[in-house]
Ligand binder design. Structure first.
Ligand code: ADP
Length: 245
């Protein structure tokens, strides 16, 4: 297995509260992984650690680079992130300006910027809204723009922190299909979710509880452990519950 993220013996605490104690995780390059768990289980902290937003002394390798102060800029170039509050994506007057701003920060030339914006807006079907203002967009469109900003620099890893939780079922499925396409082209995707239906598009589902991976396997296999999931307060999709019965 060629791992793109490798965490060994991660111990992390906020003041006196331990979130992880000797936590290990390996994510295969090109995989599509869903992570779930009750509130407070450590999902956001894990993402913050991977993106260098909180510091640790752990032995973590991302895209072949050791996660440390020297490498964090290069590591961040390999990661795209979408957070749950999609409105935070927008800082410019129009969508096109927002995309350009993301590229400007990464020192792209004007020519390269034009080319990348053309390519990404064609791929995600957002050419028609490039000149729109953020407040004119629907939830699904906002999510597509957030996705465009996250992947416009062609990262190897895309992380979604409950980014699809606020959009309707139809838009959610459309975005998940796009994510699957990106994954088939080689992008590693990590989707943190509450709704286990989102895991149908991934090949691996991890369940976190109190900083420990309690279940890890294919989504259907993991969902067979309905008693454990129910105990953690994680709902199983209705159709899975029916088929288990
Ligand atoms: P999740 O994303 O699964 O809800 P978090 O990573 O946000 O979990 O939280 C893990 C634990 O760390 C929780 O007990 C939470 O209360 C605690 N925690 C999170 N952020 C902070 C912080 N900034 N300061 C202190 N404790 C925190």
């Amino acid at each position: 297995m060629n791992s793109i993220i490798n965490i060994k013996k991660l111990t992390f605490r906020y003041l006196d509260k331990f979130v992880f104690d000797k936590f290990s995780l390996d994510i295969e390059e090109g995989s599509f992984v869903t992570i779930t768990g009750p509130n407070g289980s450590g999902k956001s902290t894990l993402l913050k650690i991977l993106t260098g937003l909180v510091k640790t002394e752990a032995d973590i390798t991302i895209c072949g680079l050791e996660l440390n102060k020297e490498n964090i800029y290069d590591i961040r170039k390999n990661i795209g992130v979408i957070f749950d509050n999609l409105d935070n994506t927008f800082i410019s007057e129009t969508i096109e300006d927002d995309l350009a701003f993301t590229l400007q920060n990464l020192c792209y030339t004007k020519e390269e910027m034009k080319d990348r914006i053309e390519k990404i807006s064609t791929l995600l079907g957002i050419k028609n809204i490039l000149n729109s203002r953020p407040n004119e967009l629907s939830g699904g469109e906002k999510c597509k723009v957030a996705l465009a900003c996250a992947i416009i620099h062609n990262p190897k890893i895309l992380i979604l922190d409950e980014a699809l939780s606020m959009i309707d079922e139809n838009d959610k499925n459309n975005i998940l299909k796009i994510l699957k396409k990106l994954n088939k082209k080689g992008m590693t995707i990590i989707n943190v979710v509450h709704d286990l239906k989102e895991s149908y598009y991934s090949e691996r589902l991890l369940v976190l509880s109190d900083g420990v991976i309690v279940l890890d396997g294919s989504p259907l296999k993991v969902m067979e452990y309905d008693k454990i999931l129910n105990k953690l307060g994680i709902s199983i999709p209705f159709e899975i519950e029916l088929s288990l019965k």
